[in-house]
Design a binder for this molecule. Structure first.
Ligand SMILES: *[C@@H]1O[C@H](CO)[C@@H](O)[C@H](O)[C@H]1NC(C)=O
Ligand SMILES: *[C@@H]1O[C@H](CO)[C@@H](O)[C@H](O)[C@H]1NC(C)=O
Length: 428
């Protein structure tokens, strides 16, 4: 079995009680807040297709409370919005340590902090191993390689593939706006790809993949593209795994953004906030993005790369009608460059830049504002002739991939992890 932890009791009320007890031991303030707001929040409708609905409601209640607390605190000028949201990361933080199966070290790759997970058993014959570079999610503003679910995922990957995992602790916005998170990852990867470093970890240079979920999937896709355009880069990736990735900032009103505007765990408002914070702390961009009126004449020329009426199969159109985002004559200066930069929005490249990309695994979820970002990239990669495995979870929601650790452990999260690792086994 990939996941050894047995299922605990399935009574929803018991689960809820245990969940809340665990919270209390960690943060009394959040418990109280969650408690007070539960009555209100559980009435948010969650689609019937979603499994373990009750548990998702409680989890969502916690996230939503935190979002409100962050907004409130930001409004009063007490603490910055993302500072409050960072509690999610703090609560789930663990100390990655070596055990019987996995040897863990914290390293610095050309100034970039990484955690390296290796199989403990030294294969005596000096056989080279595969490697996975992992980039965590969290909207470029939150998250850490040291969160429990990412630590667990890295260990599972090492054990199932007998591979080396490099989990990158890139710097976050704010204060580190685009392109710093991207550049951190790129520097770390280039360092790892040096012959001497690969040799030190006994990694086969022909069998390295990059993977990431959500904003990590965005960075993974961008890394795969940029490495290829780097003339001095001889080592290239063999595969890329993009788990409900963020792919574009031009159209924040795709059918999936509309359908899932209030869906747990990532409401549209929060995703738009992540985008705007990635680029700037100037709130004008946030408000323009919320209205989908942030495009300029310059970015307007790239809307063809995210035209969902062409790039989404009919089945994803739903009842929504396409209308191109309006173009403003002039926007703030940051809009011109970052908004059209494929290192931020990997969908914004011509087909010629996609053709030679490594084979791809793309996971999408039906109940996710980012669903259409992933599906559009699948269409574009396939049109360019790239080998793509697309797994669409019709009962999936955003964040499920990392909901594998008690008390927020979901069956669907385990299935997602299993299917992803299975794909790596076969394709890396
Ligand atoms: C999107 O595609 C439709 C259908 O081909 C077309 O009418 C529309 O002009 C396109 N919009 C943009 C911005 O490319
Ligand atoms: C899309 O257009 C059709 C035909 O004009 C209309 O009947 C439908 O209500 C529109 N859908 C939405 C979501 O506005």
């Amino acid at each position: 079995m990939l996941i050894s932890r047995a299922d605990s009791a399935s009574l929803p009320s018991y689960r809820a009680a245990v969940f809340l007890c665990k919270m209390r031991s960690k943060d009394i303030l959040l418990l109280l807040l969650a408690g007070v707001l539960t009555a209100y929040y559980v009435y948010i409708p969650i689609p019937d297709e979603i499994e373990e609905k009750w548990k998702l409601m409680i989890t969502d209640c916690f996230f939503r409370s935190l979002i409100h607390l962050a907004e409130f605190s930001d409004l009063l000028g007490l603490k910055d919005y993302m500072w409050v949201m960072m509690l999610i990361t703090v609560l789930e933080r663990t100390v990655p340590v070596s055990d019987k199966h996995v040897h863990v070290t914290e390293e610095v790759f050309d100034g970039v902090q990484v955690i390296v997970y290796e199989p403990s058993q030294q294969g005596g014959d000096g056989e080279l191993r595969r490697a996975v570079i992992y980039l965590h999610g969290g909207g470029w503003c939150l998250g850490s390689a040291m969160m429990g679910p990412y630590d667990l995922l890295s260990r599972q990957t090492v054990q199932e593939l007998n591979a080396v995992v490099v989990s990158v602790e890139y710097r976050l916005a704010p204060p580190h706006h685009f392109p710093i998170p991207f550049l951190d990852v790129y520097r770390g990867v280039k360092h790892f790809f040096q012959g001497a470093v690969l040799a030190r970890y006994r990694v086969d240079a022909r069998r390295v993949a990059v993977s990431g979920d959500s904003a990590g999937g965005n960075l993974a896709a961008a890394i795969a593209q940029q490495l290829q355009q780097d003339a001095e880069q001889s080592v290239q990736l063999k595969a890329q795994a993009l788990l409900y990735p963020v792919m574009q900032a031009l159209d924040l009103n795709t059918p999936s953004y509309q359908q899932n505007e209030h869906m747990p765990i990532l409401p549209k408002k929060l995703m738009v906030r992540f985008w705007s914070e990635y680029f700037t702390s100037d709130r004008t961009l946030l408000h323009a993005m919320l209205a989908n009126s942030h495009n300029s004449l310059q970015s307007g020329r790239m809307l063809k790369y995210v035209n969902w009426t062409v790039l989404l199969p009919e089945s994803f159109h739903g009842p929504y009608n396409y209308s191109a985002p309006p173009l403003a004559n002039r926007g703030p200066s940051y809009m011109g460059t970052a908004l059209t930069d494929p290192r931020a929005s990997p969908l914004l490249v011509p087909d010629t830049a996609l053709r030679a990309l490594p084979k791809a695994y793309v996971l999408t979820s039906e109940y996710d504002v980012l669903r259409d970002d992933g599906v559009m990239y699948v269409t574009r990669l396939r049109q360019a002739g790239v080998d793509v495995t697309h797994q669409h979870y019709t009962s999936g929601f955003h964040g499920a991939f990392m909901f594998t650790v008690w008390p927020t452990d979901f069956q669907i999260g385990r299935r997602m992890v299993w299917n992803y690792i299975h794909w790596l086994k076969e394709n890396l």
